[in-house]
Design a protein. Sequence first.
Length: 364
Amino acid sequence: EKGGYDTYMLKEIYEQPQALTNTLIGRLHDETGEVNLDISLDPASFKRISIVACGTAYYASLVGEYLIEQLARIPVEVDVASEYRYRSPLVNENTLVIVVSQSGETIDTLEALKEAKKYGAKTLGVINAKGSSMTREVDDVLYIHAGPEIGVASTKAYTSMVSAMLLLALWLGRARGSLNAEKGAELLAAVRELPRLVEEALAPERVENITRIAEKYHQARDYLFLGRGVNAPTAFEGALKLKEISYIHAEAYASGEMKHGPIALIDEHLPVVVVATDSFLLEKTISNIQEVRARSGKVIAVVSDGDTEAARHADDVIFVPRADEMVSPVVNAVAMQLLAYHTATALNRDVDKPRNLAKSVTVE
Ligand code: F6R
């Protein structure tokens, strides 16, 4: 049942190229740069978007916020469902509320959805589980088609959710005229590359390198994760994965926030994972790396293949396949999953059944 893998989580990590293929299949039209999502909602019929989710799905939603705002120029807010449901949310028929969920059963997200419907919001679910409770409450569903996820720590559902967010941002951007056909086609080509890039990110020599780094730092008491822009959520997700399955305390910040407080944590015992892949802001990230090093922190940099400048400043480097910045959160997430997985394994943790956690949180 685990297909020869030690754990469901590892099996699901390696299923990602196939899961992503399934997320994308039939939805991309190269000639026109359009995406076909079979959504009946009129993309011109709302003025703002609220995305509501929990945990890993919340981090996928933060990537969605960035992508939709950049590509479709619609204001987007992202909320934690447990907060949203009790906040008398300011939504009406001009708002699209998107719920993002692997299980489709998370009680906070389900209740938040019902709350939004009371105010007349249009609703869309970005959901994995077919026929789940949320799919029956929303106006429209964009299935992520990741397949069943059994490991408690979400892996393939996350990368499929982020890919679904890319599709949604492209669809909205094209339909609302903020994304021209040329740029649309370029991004669509980058999205189409994702299954191949993730396959490459799982190459044995890359996994060996990450395993070595995980073992080197597995005794650390704390970890810090930094990333910015579309990859700030990659840092948040990396910290969550590490906490969930290794029980190492981990914090994550948007890189620019470091000097506003968390920099006080840095000493020679603190590994700091910095997402430093190709970006229009890479220079600034390299400055952050230097700031961490100047305080004796140990930098584990996630760097695009061939980027010697970013790599030069780090103690350890995780090279990942080079990707368009907009799609890079999907590729970078794989490095985060592997780092968490091999750290947990070095600590002999039961990764498929982490303590205190349930796969689906259906009670409040
Ligand atoms: C993290 C994890 C949880 C879930 C969260 C939402 O690895 O699995 O944080 O992401 O409980 O679950 P869904 O997506 O089913 O609503």
